[in-house]
Design a protein around this ligand. Sequence first.
Ligand SMILES: Cc1cc2nc3c(=O)[nH]c(=O)nc-3n(C[C@H](O)[C@H](O)[C@H](O)COP(=O)(O)OP(=O)(O)OC[C@H]3O[C@@H](n4cnc5c(N)ncnc54)[C@H](O)[C@@H]3O)c2cc1C
Length: 353
Amino acid sequence: MFAEEVNLAGYTTLRLGGPARRFVEATTEAELVAAVRAADGEGEPVLVLGGGSNLVVSDDGFPGTVIHIGTRGTERVGGEGDTVHVRVQAGEDWDPFVARCVSDGLAGIECLSGIPGRVGATPIQNVGAYGQDVSETIVEVRAYDREARALVTLDRDACRFTYRHSVFKGNDRYLVLDVTYALREAEESQPVAYAELAKRLGVGVGERVTLKEARDAVLELRRGKGMVLDAADPDSRSAGSFFTNPILDGGQIAELERRVAERLGPDARFPRYPESGGRVKTSAAWLIDRAGFAKGHALGPARISTKHTLALTNPGGARTADLLALAREVRGGVRAAFGIELVNEPVLVGITL
Ligand SMILES: Cc1cc2nc3c(=O)[nH]c(=O)nc-3n(C[C@H](O)[C@H](O)[C@H](O)COP(=O)(O)OP(=O)(O)OC[C@H]3O[C@@H](n4cnc5c(N)ncnc54)[C@H](O)[C@@H]3O)c2cc1C
């Protein structure tokens, strides 16, 4: 399908974004590659669109071709022992795939239940939640390389996964065509690695539960935070977490300790999760909250979710400019209070923060 002047607000979970000059719906790999090749040949900007759940698009829209990924298909392609390799086309919806794995007794992605979007986007920011991320299960990613103008296969190392990042994020070199995951045939989950989830399940960190128990508990926790798409829940009209959790080195840790003590008292401590090289990850939600932005804080028609400090929402009637103004207010408040520069997690199209 090919169309002109398609409003992108209808394709993003924030319900924001102006028109795309051209819009191509591609349902086969050949159509996908042909569409991107044609646009590249004309020097036309390209925006690859999956479920639109990690995108903030300008009110002015996109002055080029949007290619909407609609390829479907899942197949077992090998594995050994109790490990099964499953190759999934980029246009498959992520959560129905997770649900099928859980009911088929395939472990490894059960804690990633309820995340919106399509499979092809999961390697982009190394999608993760509740103690799992896709870098743990991805074996390889097949892609069209727009620089080399060739089909390429990237193994896990070549994907260069880190926290909410990969070789794919921040550039548009690769069009992801399919992703292969290594899953374990098992009735039990991977060891539960996230304290809040373990508590909800009534087990200790490191213990296992059934795949279904893990999925159900994650969905329940996510619903309580407005982190499952729900037309009846305006708090879910978001792009998920708007800011990544900052990772701090030694100097930054000492500076944050000083600022926290100054602002919140000598006994106050900020959350810290160990990272490599002596660094620690802290919680963006904690910083935002302690900088004075409570859940439900609004600036014009854009609002912090009433259930989750890290989600900026369009409960209805907002424009992208309104959401950006709120994001800048929050980022500026955290900078002033704690000297930390928050970084946006969603991909910004035609706008800067
Ligand atoms: C309510 C809610 C909760 C969320 N919770 C989480 C969470 O817990 N953890 C988490 O990590 N994320 C979360 N997210 C963010 C989002 O769901 C994920 O990042 C998801 O993987 C995005 O998929 P998508 O298909 O919607 O991508 P899109 O938003 O369509 O695209 C995102 C980026 O990926 C690129 N892209 C998409 N598909 C391809 C492809 N095939 N090839 C090349 N580039 C591509 C796009 O160009 C864009 O740059 C949440 C979002 C919402 C709305």
